[in-house]
Design a binder for this molecule. Sequence first.
Ligand code: HPA
Length: 248
Amino acid sequence: MNIGIIGGSGFYRFEMEDAQMAQVPLVQRTAYGEVDLFAAEVGENLVYFLPRHGVGHTVPPHGINYRANIMALHELGCSDVIATNAVGSLKLMLHPGDFVIPHDYIDMTRNRDVTFLDDTSDEVVHIDQTQPYNPYLREVLISAGAGMDVQIHPSAVYICTEGPRFETSAEISMFAQWGADVVGMTGIPEVVLANELKMRYASLCVVTNYAAGVTDKVVMDADVQAVMAESIGSLRAIVMALINRIPA
Ligand code: HPA
């Protein structure tokens, strides 16, 4: 099986401690642009690792070429895509350092290329989004994390904002009333594009902070990065266990 792993904030290199793996940098040229990735063998599976923000975290959320990224993984034959995302928490019970596996989303982005279906044929297509995150991959993620010393919340509603600014307290309060659990800036349109190309997609989110106004603390990049740095070991372990659980 070819599996795509999209690394979010704090996850820039695959570098799994697994003896039989080599990492090969490669550039995939797509109709939407060029994409830098790494290829690695894990058991019988071929893994393509794509750091969403670039290896040096130089690309902001609203500047990411989501269509090129998803098309690159598609062209490389990936049937499954696991994304990792840093998120703010809208609920006190979702603590910084916890992992969350969304089952649904709310799209509050404004300025992104959100579809592959705009420049094609005469036929108008509307894709179903009743279950945007693949239930099978979510189950595999949950079982991959079971037994590890981490708190994993098996479902959540992810709301995606445009960024790059963090949200206001009033926005977060409204999003919470709508039913959102976590907030991030990179989940959309990735999941939509993967769905359009009929790839299985799931997201493993790390709660890095309470969102604006949830506690008295202001939201700071430094806190997001510090929690990601603490969580990256567990994140890698869950991703690795997941890859080993997907049958070749
Ligand atoms: N808001 C939006 N995106 C985020 C946050 C947040 O609070 N934390 C990490 N990514």
